[in-house]
Design a protein around this ligand. Structure first.
Ligand code: ADP
Ligand code: MG
Length: 351
């Protein structure tokens, strides 16, 4: 199976419309995206393209997300990652518009891939009795440090290690069992106690006042418990247990340092982000080479690629959602996101 690069073009925002930005990205149907501007005219092909009119439900059903959830239940490691420049709709696609206030939650129709996947997992879990156990862990990578977003107290860096049996793993990572949508969503948003996505590093800069400057990785562990047969049944007939994972990665903005007008501390942030996205892009393009011609894949080049090593290379199944803005002002970032996604198209994995 190949990672499925899916493109999502968000609508022009009010600000973009007001200042008269041109819409330079158009979906042509059948997975084709056309970018046309003064000196650029290019068409790209993908497995699916969702344009401004596509609902959150259409993205969930049409991107292959539902199948990914089912594969995780079957014991595979599945990853969906959203990337694109700040303000392109990554968080919207994964989580929906975050509630404006705690008392006014977002409408159910606007819930993102995450909540839809949780609902799907919980339904399966309910229909299978207590055979399916769900737990979650939530990490961020900020300035090349891995931090546990679920641990109470100030964020502290956790060591990322490697072992022959486990591959790369984060030491002392917390994981929390959950049995309802409310529980996992409040884990994500962490209305008190303080943790989760409100604690993600955000800093104001030219492109987006609430841009996320960290990569966030939410991993759902799906464990199907072995059936305990009645004692009079021979042990050999017991079902083996399976453990799958479903990982949601909200990557930090992909824009280049010079375009965001960052300086000082912000440019350290921007540089770590760029370096890790570059490492990810590099791994992806090496993985895109035919198996025989493949050289060593430099997963060790960044924390991000280490954490994603399993899903990118070996045994995982990856869904990539590249988010783009249709505005003429975002043209160069849009083209670079589309090129990045095109490279990922050729990666093959063997789950
Ligand atoms: P990112 O996470 O990539 O920085 P966001 O998800 O925060 O970007 O989106 C930026 C803004 O655009 C937000 O105000 C969001 O609500 C809006 N937006 C993004 N995608 C869509 C969409 N498909 N439909 C409507 N609004 C969207
Ligand atoms: Mg975001």
């Amino acid at each position: 199976p190949r990672p499925h690069p899916t493109i999502r073009v968000r609508p022009l925002t009010c600000t973009e419309t007001r200042r008269g930005d041109q819409q330079v990205v158009h979906s042509l149907g059948d997975g084709a995206v056309h970018v046309s501007a003064a000196r650029h005219d290019a068409t790209f092909g993908f497995s699916a393209v969702f344009d401004a009119g596509a609902s959150q439900e259409a993205v969930f059903e049409g991107s292959g997300m539902r199948q990914l959830v089912e594969l995780a239940i079957d014991g595979f490691s599945c990853t969906v990652f959203a990337f694109g420049q700040t303000g392109s709709g990554k968080t919207y696609t994964l989580m929906g518009p975050l509630a404006q206030s705690k008392t006014q939650p977002a409408s159910p129709a606007l819930l993102g891939l995450m909540q839809r996947s949780f609902t799907c997992l919980l339904e399966q879990s309910r229909s299978r009795g207590s055979d399916l156990a769900l737990s979650a862990s939530y990490l961020e990578i900020y300035n090349e440090q891995v931090r546990d977003l679920l641990s109470p107290g100030p964020p502290c860096a956790l060591p990322l290690r490697w072992s022959k049996t486990r591959g790369f793993y984060v030491e002392n990572q917390l994981s929390v069992e959950f049995e309802s949508l409310e529980a996992i969503v409040s884990l994500l948003l962490q209305v008190p106690p303080p943790a989760g996505s409100q604690r993600r590093r955000t800093s104001a800069h030219a492109l987006n006042r609430h841009s996320s400057r960290s990569h966030a990785l939410l991993t759902i562990h799906v464990r199907s418990r072995a059936h305990q047969p009645p004692t009079w049944v021979l042990q050999a007939s017991a079902c083996p247990s399976k453990q799958g994972t479903l990982c949601f990665v909200d990557l930090a903005g992909s824009e280049r340092v010079k375009e965001t007008g960052s300086s000082g501390e912000l440019s350290v942030e921007a540089n770590s982000i760029n370096r890790s996205l570059l490492a990810l892009g590099h791994c992806i393009s090496l993985l895109a080479k035919p198996r025989g011609k493949r050289t060593h894949i430099p997963y060790r080049d960044s924390k991000l690629t280490r954490l994603l090593a399993r899903s990118l290379g070996g045994s995982g199944i990856t869904l990539m959602v590249a988010c783009i803005s249709p505005s003429s002002r975002c043209l160069s970032e849009t083209l670079s996101t589309l090129h990045y996604a095109s490279r990922a198209r050729r990666v093959t994995t063997r789950p």
